[in-house]
Design a protein around this ligand. Structure first.
Ligand code: NAD
Length: 488
């Protein structure tokens, strides 16, 4: 068993939560214990909220925007300076290939601080002149104020990236944060505490409390009267619990939730691009991406060719440990999640799906045999109403169905409770725009996937979330806009 201990970060210091209460953080590659994590009790969360409030009433609240922005640049530089440490920690917690985290998770984690620091300095607010009966007129202008203490509750699939995507804009807008990383991936959020201290972030601005959801740190944050807003990324069911917990205080929530995202592949697509993009969207990060494709609709004339080529691409993926430079697929996050995904693999068989490839666990040697590995999997032959087509699986798998007309595929793609994103593959410009505008999703990609400009709105429709973040939309959530009317 590892002796490494992960503590909570409160008021600029690493502290133990509930005395003696530690939970295990396990390596998904072999199920060994990486570290013991101190679980925050209610008193620890209270201390974090008090420290956040003191920071808001003290140095952080009084700091000029330009100075705050400079500190956030130092935070980003601090992550970059300790890049290899962050990379090692993220890959140990998640099992994901270092090649992936080196290009996405860690650099984007740093970029989230710079982008929002720069944005806050440059976004204007509105002003209106109005006539008055006495002829002197009045002037209205608005100012942005921080919302206060923001609870940031995070998932495990892109731990540093998705956490900083919230913490970057929240801090840039002058708020203080209480972060609860997923119990599966506690390490990089904790390491970031050291970087915050090195960068000169005042104590209490960035706090990290560890634990679980109900009856633990997650619930202590969402029910805390001193928390002014909650931003959450995770499962739709958890999002519903967070709305309920926030209802009594009429507290704003921003929810980025699950998806069951379609890809629509027209016969006039560039097939090479469509295969490359769909291979990534279905299998990257072992399929554990909220934006991942689990439903693929392919126009009938190219259906057989598409399935054969996607099969070849899936079979070309190399499953392996993070340090293996040739590996492009790690394990799932945990044995528990492996059980859930393998349950869906069994359901697909029971429902009579054709298993084009995969459908089980890969054979792994030695200690790795106890890891959370699953095979990349492709099915065909199921109806749109099957559980495989309606429920978010969150594994490296997709179902491919043929379609015959544009209207038919638009209706089928939209026939879901979720509305996060869609990908459209076609070389016809007018078709691309026509179909994109009809997707009931927060995001649509045409001939691409996961191409993100952080200035653009991000979020889901239907049961995939409430609100948009990104660019000025993040400012809308993380600030309170106050109109000041001056009678002249
Ligand atoms: P999850 O909902 O199980 O957990 C997310 C976080 O919420 C964890 O920190 C957990 O401890 C906490 N939590 C759980 N119950 C809680 C409660 N009652 N009160 C307060 N906190 C609680 O999600 P997960 O399994 O970590 O992540 C996978 C899910 O996240 C998938 O559904 C995926 O689609 C979704 N996701 C969405 C986006 C997006 O941007 N829309 C991005 C990434 C992941």
């Amino acid at each position: 068993m590892s002796n490494s201990r992960i503590l909570n970060f409160v008021d600029g210091q690493f502290v133990e939560g509930a005395p003696g209460a530690f939970f295990e953080n396990r390596n998904p590659c072999d199920n060994s214990v990486i570290s013991l994590v101190s679980e925050a009790d209610k008193a620890t969360v209270d201390r974090a909220v008090d420290a956040a409030r003191r920071a808001l009433n003290g140095p952080w609240g009084k700091m000029a925007v330009a100075e705050r922005a400079e500190i956030l640049h130092k935070v980003a530089d601090g992550i970059t300076r300790r890049f290899e440490e962050f990379l090692e920690a993220e890959c140990l917690d998640t099992g994901k290939p270092k090649s992936l985290a080196r290009h996405i998770d860690i650099p984007r984690g740093a970029a989230n601080f710079k982008i929002f620091a720069d944005l806050v300095k440059n976004v204007a607010t509105e002003a209106f002149q109005m006539p008055t009966p006495d002829g002197t007129g009045a002037l209205n202008y608005s100012v942005r104020k921080p919302k206060g203490v923001i609870g940031v509750i995070c998932p495990w699939n892109l731990p540093l990236l998705l956490m900083t995507w919230k913490v970057g804009p929240a801090m840039a807008c002058g708020n203080a944060v209480i972060v609860k990383p997923s119990e599966e991936t506690p390490t990089t959020a904790t390491l970031l505490g050291e970087v915050m201290n090195e960068a000169g972030v005042p104590p209490g601005v960035y706090n990290v409390v560890h634990g679980f959801g109900p009856g633990s740190a997650g619930e202590f944050i969402t029910t805390h009267k001193g928390v002014n807003a909650i931003t959450f990324t995770g499962e739709t069911r958890t999002g519903a619990a967070i709305i309920k917990a926030s209802a009594d205080q009429i507290r704003p929530v921003s929810l980025e939730l699950g998806g069951k995202n379609p890809a629509i592949v027209f016969a006039d697509c560039d097939l090479d691009k469509a295969i490359e993009g769909t291979t990534r969207s279905a299998f990257a990060n072992c399929g554990q991406v909220c934006l991942g494709t689990e439903r693929v609709y392919v126009e009938r004339p190219i259906f057989d060719r598409f399935v054969a080529r996607l099969k070849a691409a899936a079979e070309g993926l190399k499953v392996g440990v993070p340090a293996d430079a040739a590996s492009n697929m790690g394990p799932l996050i945990s044995k528990e999640h492996q059980g859930k995904v393998l349950g869906y693999y069994q359901t697909a068989k029971d429902l009579g799906a054709t298993v084009v490839t995969g459908g089980g666990r890969p054979a792994m040697d030695g200690a790795l045999a106890d890891g959370a590995w699953v095979e990349p999997t492709i099915w065909t032959g199921l109806g749109d109403d099957s559980a495989i087509m309606r429920e978010e699986i969150f594994g490296p798998c997709c179902h491919v169905s043929p379609f015959d007309s544009e209207d038919e595929v638009i209706a089928r793609a939209n026939d879901t409770d979720y509305g996060l994103c869609a990908s459209i593959w076609t070389e016809s410009t007018s078709r691309a725009h026509r179909v994109a505008a009809q997707m009931e999703t927060g995001l649509v990609w045409i001939n691409s996937w996961f191409l993100r400009d952080l200035r653009t709105p991000f979020g889901g429709a239907k049961r995939s979330g409430i609100g948009r973040e990104g660019g000025v939309h993040s400012l809308e959530f993380y600030t309170e806009l106050s109109n000041i009317c001056v009678k002249l």
